[in-house]
Write a protein that binds this ligand. Structure first.
Ligand code: MN
Length: 493
C-alpha cells in the first residue's frame, strides 16, 4: 500500500486536478487527528491512518470536496468525543449530512438473513438520501479489507463474505468497475481461501500461452490500425479477475474450456465511428465466434456500460475485444462516480440514474417481511437485466424473464392495470411472453378495464407489478369483515 499521510492525500488531489480547497482538507485532517488522538487500529497503527486511507480512495475516485472531507471525519461522531454538531459547526451542513449518513449505517454486522436484509435496507436508504454516502462506505470497506489480517479468522471471513454479497454487487449495479474489482479481489481470498487457490493456479497455468497470444495479437492489430490511419488512445490486455472467473466457472459446471474471456483486449479509440471501424478490422483479421459480437454502444447495459465486444479465435486461444471511446471507458470504470469528473460546480445526478435506488428504499417501507424483501431484491437488482424499448425508443431496464405486464407496470400503474394485450416488435404477443433485450414493446390498453387479472401473479417478475396486482386482488373474506367493522365504528384507521 502506498504511504498513507496527509501529504499523499494532497498529492492525489493535485495530480487529479481536483477543484478542492486543500486548506479545508488539512483542517479536516487536523480535526480528525485530534479527535482520534490516542486511538489505534487493530494493526497497531494510529487510528488516523484509517480515515486518511479512506479519503485517499475518495480522491482517487475524483469525488468532490465534501465527500473527501466527510471521508476524513467519517468515524468521528461514532468513536470520539466530538459530535455531529461539532462537525457541522466547523465544516457545514453538506459534510455533516454525509457523516451522519455513514454514522447511521453504523457498524454493519452479518448475522443470518435478518441482519443481512437490515444492512441492505440501511444502505439503500442512505444511498437514496445522498449517493455520495455509499462511496465513503465503499472506501471504508476497502481499507478494512486491506488491514483484514489484523482480525481473527472468523471475523475476517464474515467481512469478506459480506463484501462479496452486499458491497460488490451494489458497486456493480452503480457501474463502478474499479471499486467492484478491488472489493472482490481483496475479499475473495479471505471468503473462500481454497477456491481462491484453485482459481489463481488455473490462471497462472495458462499465463505463458496468454502472454504469447497477447503479443502476437497486439502487434497484428496495431499494424492493421496503422494502415487504416486509426489513432489508438490506449490498447492493453487484461486477464480475467480471479473472483469473476470463479463465478463464471460455477455457471459452467467448472469447465475452464467453456470460459471465453480469460484474456480481454481493451482498445480505446477517439470516436464512435472508429469503434465500428476497429470492430470490422478485427473481425477480418480473426475469426469471430458466432453470437459473440455485442453492440453495447447502440444498446447500453442498464448501468450505462457502453462498448463493442467481439470474441475471436487466434491460435486456439480465445480473446475478447472490448472497443470503446475514452468517454465510454470513463463510464465503464467509474460509472455513477464519473458524474463528479466533469462539472466543477459538482454535477447533479439525473433522477433516472438513481430511480432504482429510490425504488429500493421505498419497497423497504412496503415490504415488512424480511424474506420477501430479499427475494424481490435478488430478482430486481442482483439478477441479470435486460433492456427493451418503448415505441418511442426509450430504454427500459427490467430483470431477466420479464413479461409485457412487467413492462406495462414499469411505464405506469394505470397502463399495467388497463393492459389488454401487447405487441412485441410489431407482432401481437401473449402477456406472459418472456421479453428479450432489444425488443420493442407496445402495450394496448382497454380503457374500460376495471383492474388487473390476478392470474398475472403467476408470471410477473418485478416486485412493482406484483405489488400493484395484489392491491387489486379481492381481499380474503375475514379482512373484508374486519375492515368493514372498523370502518363502521370509525375508531381505527
Ligand atoms: Mn471507518
Amino acid at each position: 500500500m502506498s504511504d498513507v499521510s496527509i501529504e499523499s492525500l494532497i498529492e492525489i488531489i493535485k495530480l487529479n486536478k481536483l477543484n478542492i480547497d486543500t486548506q479545508k482538507v488539512k483542517q479536516a485532517f487536523e480535526f480528525a487527528q485530534k479527535a482520534h488522538e490516542g486511538q489505534t487500529r487493530k494493526t497497531g497503527e494510529p487510528y488516523i491512518t484509517h480515515p486518511l486511507a479512506v479519503a485517499m480512495t475518495l480522491a482517487d475516485l475524483r469525488l468532490d470536496e465534501a465527500t473527501i472531507v466527510a471521508g476524513l471525519l467519517h468515524d468521528v461522531p461514532e468513536d470520539t468525543k466530538k459530535t455531529l454538531i461539532d462537525v457541522r459547526k466547523d465544516f457545514g451542513s453538506d459534510v455533516a449530512m454525509l457523516v451522519e449518513g455513514i454514522t447511521k449505517l453504523g457498524k454493519v454486522k452479518y448475522r443470518g438473513i435478518e441482519r443481512y436484509v437490515e444492512n441492505l435496507r440501511k444502505m439503500f436508504i442512505a444511498m437514496a438520501a445522498d449517493i455520495r454516502t455509499i462511496f465513503i462506505k465503499f472506501a471504508d470497506r476497502i481499507h478494512n479489507l486491506q488491514t483484514i489480517e489484523a482480525l481473527d479468522a472468523k471475523k475476517a471471513e464474515r467481512i469478506a463474505k459480506e463484501t462479496l454479497t452486499i458491497y460488490a454487487p451494489i458497486a456493480n449495479r452503480l457501474g463502478i468497475n474499479v471499486l467492484k474489482d478491488v472489493l472482490e479481489d481483496l475479499a475473495f481470498q479471505h471468503a473462500y481461501p481454497k477456491e481462491y487457490k484453485n482459481v489463481t493456479a488455473l490462471l497462472d497455468g495458462g499465463q505463458k500461452q496468454r502472454d504469447r497470444c497477447y503479443l502476437s495479437v497486439h502487434t497484428a492489430v496495431l499494424d492493421a490500425l496503422n494502415k487504416e490511419n486509426i489513432q489508438v488512445v490506449s490498447f492493453y490486455g487484461r486477464t480475467k479477475q480471479p473472483y469473476s472467473l470463479y463465478r463464471k466457472l460455477q455457471q459452467h459446471s467448472n469447465d475452464p474450456n467453456k470460459i471465453f474471456d480469460l484474456l480481454a483486449m481493451r482498445l480505446i479509440v477517439p470516436t464512435i465511428q472508429d469503434c465500428y471501424a476497429v470492430l470490422g478490422i478485427i473481425n477480418a483479421l480473426y475469426r469471430p465466434l458466432p453470437g459473440r459480437i455485442k453492440d453495447y454502444i447502440a444498446q447500453p447495459k442498464p448501468n450505462g456500460y457502453q462498448s463493442l465486444h467481439t470474441t475471436v479465435l487466434c491460435d486456439r486461444s480465445i480473446i475478447e475485444f472490448q472497443i470503446r471511446t475514452p468517454e465510454m471507458h470513463e463510464q465503464a470504470e467509474y460509472g455513477i462516480a464519473s458524474h463528479w469528473h466533469y462539472d466543477e460546480e459538482g454535477a447533479r445526478i439525473s433522477d433516472k440514474d438513481i430511480t432504482w435506488v429510490q425504488e429500493l428504499a421505498r419497497w423497504q417501507e412496503e415490504i415488512k417481511d424480511e424474506k420477501k424483501y430479499l427475494e424481490s431484491l435478488k430478482i430486481d437488482v442482483f439478477q441479470n437485466r435486460i433492456f427493451v424499448f418503448t415505441p418511442k425508443g426509450d430504454v427500459i431496464d427490467l430483470p431477466e424473464d420479464s413479461t409485457p405486464v412487467d413492462f406495462a407496470y414499469h411505464i405506469h400503474s394505470d397502463i399495467g392495470n388497463k393492459c389488454a394485450s401487447a405487441k412485441i416488435n410489431g407482432q401481437i404477443a401473449k402477456l406472459d411472453e418472456k421479453l428479450k433485450s432489444g425488443d420493442v414493446i407496445e402495450i394496448i390498453i382497454d380503457k374500460n378495464r376495471k383492474g388487473p387479472n390476478t392470474n398475472w401473479l403467476k408470471f410477473v417478475k418485478t416486485q412493482q407489478a406484483r405489488a400493484k396486482i395484489r392491491q387489486h386482488a379481492p381481499k380474503p373474506v375475514w379482512e373484508q369483515v374486519i375492515s368493514g367493522v372498523t370502518e363502521k365504528f370509525g375508531k381505527k384507521k
